[in-house]
Structure formats: structure tokens, C-alpha cells
Design a protein around this ligand. Structure first.
Ligand code: 5GP
Length: 193
């Protein structure tokens, strides 16, 4: 998505070897016009996949996920993060190691919001090592729901997540794919169709 790449070049800041800060339009201040266009992109890519629910993780996945849900006309469920979860019969839970915070969180979704009838599209803000996607996938499997696809706003293709998802064969669409950070600059993969 050209507009997103331009925005990353203009406003993104590379921190260290492998973190991109995009607080001005995605992770703190949110640009709703850009989010809406992202929702449209995800809709166009996955509109024939029978999606009836969007799943994400709080908090930065929520903005793009809601815009995507709006385009599909389906509900959006965000998994909640907790340091620890007192096990409850009413929750699906899984563990997620946070790449940016270097801590392990439990994520949970109430059973009443996900069932074996659901065909799910996962949306998240970043794909790094694939931990968040893995955690959501565990919950989807526990619920007996179907994972139809994964939509990522910013993929860092040089980390492990993309390869893991490709290996599993799940359809994935990333709006911006970062090949590398070189001298503090972002280098994108050639745009996918
Ligand atoms: P993963 O679970 O794929 O290892 O990492 C994805 C999660 O970590 C995303 O939900 C996002 O919150 C966070 N994350 C990973 N890499 C970055 C990054 O470079 N910048 C920001 N802002 N968040 C990131």
C-alpha cells in the first residue's frame, strides 16, 4: 500500500536493530482516514473468504481491525492482555511473548464471542516473530473456529513470523513489508499486488 509506505518513510522512526516506532498514526495517535483505507484494502483482499468475525489483540490492533470490520459488516473481537489469568471456564486463553516489551502476557477471549461456526480474519498492527498471531490461532483452534486469513499492517519480513505463517499455508496479506532497516532507514520489499 503505497500511501502507508510513504507515511512510514515520513513519520516512522527506527529504534535499534529491529523496532519501528509509528506513534504518530498507528500506535498512539491514530489517523482514522488512513485506517479506513487499510480496512478497505483488507476487505478487497479477503472479501470472498466467508469472513464473519475479525480478531485482534488490544490495543494497537483495534483501530485497523475495527475499520476492517466496518467494511465487512461483521463484529470485531479483541483479545485482552493480562499478566496472568485466573483460569476461568468462560475464557479461551493462550500465552504471548511480547517482542517489544520482552514480557509474557496471557491473552483471553470470552467463549461467548467465538464459536465453531465462525470464520475468522486476524488483523494486527505488526508482524515480527508471529507470537501474537500464534496466540490468537491457538484460541481459534480451541474454539473450533476456522482461520481464513491474516491481515497485517506492517510486516517486518526479516523476522520469523512471515516464514512461519507461509509454512502453515494460511493466506496472509501485509500492507507494508519491510525487508530491512539500513542505517536507520526503512527498506521495503517490492509491493505485492
Ligand atoms: P510478534 O508477536 O509477531 O512477535 O510481534 C507483533 C506484536 O509486537 C505486535 O502486535 C506489536 O504490538 C508488537 N511489535 C512488534 N514489532 C514491532 C515494532 O517494530 N514496532 C511496534 N510499534 N510494535 C511492534
Amino acid at each position: 500500500m503505497k500511501e502507508l509506505e510513504e507515511r512510514i518513510k515520513k513519520d516512522g522512526r527506527v529504534l535499534g536493530k529491529d523496532v519501528l516506532k509509528v506513534d504518530s498514526f498507528l500506535n498512539h495517535q491514530v489517523d482514522p482516514m488512513l485506517m479506513e483505507k487499510m480496512g478497505e484494502e483488507f476487505y478487497n483482499r479477503f472479501k470472498d473468504a466467508g469472513i464473519d468475525k475479525i480478531l485482534t489483540v488490544e490495543s494497537s490492533g483495534i483501530a485497523p481491525a475495527v475499520m476492517t470490520g466496518l467494511k465487512f459488516g461483521v463484529p470485531v473481537v479483541f483479545a485482552r492482555k493480562h499478566r496472568s489469568v485466573t483460569l476461568s471456564d468462560d475464557l479461551y486463553t493462550s500465552e504471548v511473548y511480547s517482542f517489544t516489551k520482552k514480557t509474557t502476557n496471557h491473552i483471553s477471549i470470552a467463549k461467548k464471542y467465538l464459536s465453531s461456526d465462525d470464520t475468522v480474519l486476524i488483523i494486527d498492527d505488526f508482524l515480527a516473530n508471529g507470537q501474537a498471531v500464534n496466540g490468537l490461532n491457538t484460541i481459534i483452534e480451541d474454539a473450533g473456529a476456522t482461520l481464513a486469513g491474516i491481515g497485517i499492517v506492517i510486516e517486518k519480513s526479516f523476522q520469523k513470523g512471515r516464514q512461519m505463517i507461509d509454512k502453515a499455508g494460511t493466506p496472509i496479506y501485509s500492507l507494508a513489508r519491510i525487508k530491512a532497516f539500513e542505517n536507520g532507514q526503512v527498506v521495503f520489499e517490492p509491493e505485492n499486488d
